[in-house]
Design a binder for this molecule. Structure first.
Ligand SMILES: [Fe+2]
Ligand SMILES: [Fe+2]
Length: 294
């Protein structure tokens, strides 16, 4: 088979495998159901979360982090839900369950632990950036945080379903000092943004979250105003997170600053510097939110 059609075939198989992925894990469907039901209490939500060790330990870490400024150690999930709010807990639970869907190996070229910190970092920074831009219809804080948390979800799919190949990709990106997205494209025919997009579509995420996943490396391709604003925020958050060396996105290459994204959001260079300083203040909280693997 000539090389071009071999690449096409690889791409087709890959997209098909993503489309065949299972629906949301049952713990998460239950959490979403409870949060959406008007009569559920924080006790109901706590009961479901308590059954999942990874989610409950992360929620406890989050509520006890300096970010929420509590003097007293909080150890009960229901108390944590009251402080953090339903939507924050739901978003975190969704993120943890997706990241934990497959066990990652320690000390691998693609380090899942550092990648989780990168994702939490980008989520936190995206939320920071949102507070520096005018409010737009369709951009609520929950989907802002979720977009940041899941922007690179395509990498989890690669790592899960093509583990051996992805190890090689991460190693080769490091050796060649190449952006991991380029290594993915030359290997798989698609990069993580496209892979993540197929998953986000399948799981019916909000449209702003889907387009942020698809276009966080080229926000100018988004169609709607809210979609583009979301992709621009995630793009800049990714830039700041890498610049601050918080976690790892799978490679250590600093991407250039997207000036177009900056001006679309109406953020000046001085304001960007201010946000970068706020990120330094968030660093300890972000780095403390390590994920306990199942
Ligand atoms: Fe990315
Ligand atoms: Fe990223």
């Amino acid at each position: 088979m000539p090389e071009a059609s071999l690449d096409k075939e690889k791409r087709r198989i890959l997209i098909q495998r993503i489309q065949e992925l299972p629906t949301l894990p049952s713990t998460i469907s239950k959490i979403i159901e409870l949060v959406e039901s008007k009569s559920s209490t924080s006790e109901d939500l706590a009961r479901v979360i308590s059954k999942d060790q990874s989610i409950s330990s992360l929620i406890i870490k989050l509520v006890n982090s300096a970010f929420y400024g509590h003097m007293r150690q909080i150890s009960s999930i229901s108390h944590a839900i009251v402080i953090l709010g339903y939507t924050t807990v739901r978003t975190m639970a969704l993120g943890v369950s997706i990241f934990n869907a497959s066990p990652g190996k320690k000390a691998a070229a693609f380090d899942r632990g550092k990648f989780w910190i990168h994702s939490i970092g980008v989520a936190t920074i995206t939320r920071r950036i949102a507070t520096h831009t005018p409010a737009r219809d369709g951009l609520d804080m929950e989907s802002v945080f979720l977009s940041g948390l899941l922007h690179d979800i395509g990498k989890v799919i690669f790592d899960h379903y093509f583990n051996k190949e992805y190890e090689e990709i991460a190693r080769s990106a490091a050796q060649k000092h190449e952006w991991i997205g380029d290594s993915e494209s030359s290997f798989f025919g698609i990069n993580h943004s496209e892979a993540g997009y197929y998953l986000a579509q399948k799981w019916q995420f909000p449209s702003t979250v889907i387009s942020a996943i698809k276009h966080h490396h080229n926000p100018e391709l988004c169609e709607g105003e809210a979609e583009r604003a979301m992709a621009c925020m995630v793009n800049l958050a990714d830039y700041l997170c890498r610049k601050a060396s918080i976690g790892s996105g799978g490679d250590n290459e600093q991407r250039p600053l997207d000036e177009q994204a900056l001006s679309f959001l109406g953020i000046s260079h001085a304001a960007l510097l201010e946000i970068a300083q706020e990120v330094e203040g968030d660093r300890e909280m972000i780095e403390s939110l390590t994920l306990d693997r199942k």
